[in-house]
Design a protein around this ligand. Structure first.
Ligand code: B1M
Length: 231
């Protein structure tokens, strides 16, 4: 170990988490992997590691990105480090789920390449027992329609992180309406710049503020739809 390297395993929990925020900020994926594993070995629940070490670290990155202190290349490195940690947590979060309760197609809208939050939502949905088809980023209406046709999910989830791309959700929902397909799917939308009002305005069934709410909402709406269908 080089003299200025930090021995992550020797740090108490609070300092380790704080060091992980720094490592995420510096885009150090290997360190994030080590830190994530140490917290899990110490008995931290996967969702606690996710929220306190990774999501909180990314929130700090977001503030400095907004303020012009960090730039795209640095934020990309931070995003890669975050993904490295998420990959370890993914199977653990999925494990907690019960039997499959439904299927979800989820993707980020056209013009938008942000995928961390959407991937997190996909993970939480898997953890809640959904089969998730993650169609990635930059999805045009045709791509959503093709995925819906192929996978016949219960839910369509759309993510947008830019104020310039979020209106595209309405393009997709309007197309579903025009084709007489809207009622077949529960449509959930999310992403940092959205809010409840926007969700209603574009014709979604619900706006989901975060991954936990997306998972709760998905379960509640699928159960409600099934109950209504069998009544
Ligand atoms: Co971008 N970016 N970015 N960026 N980026 C934001 C979004 C921004 C707010 C930063 C800022 O100025 N503070 C800003 C948008 C401003 C605006 O629109 N008003 C911005 C900008 C401007 C840009 C570029 C235009 C910068 C440029 O090129 N000049 C560019 C656009 C590229 C494009 O998409 N065409 C760009 C590029 C990038 C990177 C590529 C460098 C990188 C993305 C890497 C990646 O995703 N693979 C990046 C990142 C990382 C961010 C920030 C820093 C972090 C986003 C993130 O991952 N957050 C972001 C700042 C911020 O949001 N604070 C920013 C962590 C994640 C866990 O949270 O994504 O909100 P979030 O997801 C949450 C909820 O929103 C919700 O649940 C998630 C988990 O709890 N949710 C859903 C999300 N999707 C959902 C879907 C659902 C339900 C819930 O469906 C059912």
């Amino acid at each position: 170990m080089a003299e200025d390297d930090v021995d992550l395993a020797a740090l108490p929990d609070e300092e380790l988490v704080s060091q992980m925020h720094d490592d995420l900020y510096d885009g150090l994926a290997d360190e994030i992997v080590v830190g994530t594993n140490i917290l899990l070995e110490r008995g931290w629940a996967p969702d606690r590691v996710l929220n306190e070490a990774l999501v909180e670290g990314m929130r700090i990155v977001g503030i400095d990105f907004r303020d012009g202190i960090l730039f795209v290349p640095e934020v990309l490195l931070a995003a890669n480090a975050m993904k490295a940690g998420m990959e370890i947590l993914r199977p653990l979060l999925a494990e907690t789920g019960a039997a499959r309760i439904g299927k979800v197609v989820i993707g980020t809208v056209k013009g938008d390449i942000h995928d961390i939050g959407k991937n997190l939502v996909a993970m939480m949905l898997e953890g809640a027992g959904f089969e998730v088809v993650n169609i990635g980023i930059n999805n045009a209406v045709e791509s959503y329609l093709a995925a819906l046709e192929e996978h016949q999910p219960d839910i369509l989830g759309m993510s947008a992180l830019l104020t310039t791309t979020m209106p595209y959700m309405k393009v997709v929902i309007d197309e579903l309406v025009a084709r007489g397909l809207r009622d077949r799917y529960i449509v959930l939308v999310g992403g940092a710049p959205l809010n409840e009002e926007f969700g209603k305005a574009v014709g979604a069934d619900a706006y989901c503020r975060d991954a936990a709410i997306a998972s709760e909402t998905a379960q509640a709406l699928v159960l409600a739809k099934r109950a209504a269908a069998s009544a």
